[in-house]
Design a protein around this ligand. Structure first.
Ligand SMILES: [Zn+2]
Length: 101
């Protein structure tokens, strides 16, 4: 073991809740955390990505954004998004742009 990892256990980031630290690390030796998403799936996320807010779900958040945009249920999405995580219109557009690339 090298360094002293930041303890993320039990913390919540967006839809994710950290359940344990993974036994492996990334190439730079940074901690990777096992997270449970609000939708019930599990995903491994780099601690740094959690802390800067780059990763907030297992991927379902983006998928729902795309789906809602496709179905034009925009009013429902903004209501849910506003309550759940304060997702702004700007962020919604940013995620769509990333997905399109
Ligand atoms: Zn999810």
């Amino acid at each position: 073991m090298s360094g002293k990892p930041i303890n993320e256990l039990g913390r919540s980031y967006g839809r994710l809740t950290v359940v344990r630290r993974c036994y492996f690390q990334d190439a730079a030796g940074r901690a990777i955390w096992r997270c449970r998403c609000a939708c019930g799936k599990y995903t491994n996320v780099l601690g740094a990505d959690l802390r800067v807010g780059r990763v907030k779900s297992c991927g379902c958040l983006r998928a729902e954004t795309i789906q809602n945009a496709t179905l034009e249920q925009r009013s429902m999405w903004s209501r849910l998004g506003g309550i759940a995580s304060g997702v702004s219109k700007r962020r919604e557009k940013a995620e769509l742009a990333v997905y399109a690339e």
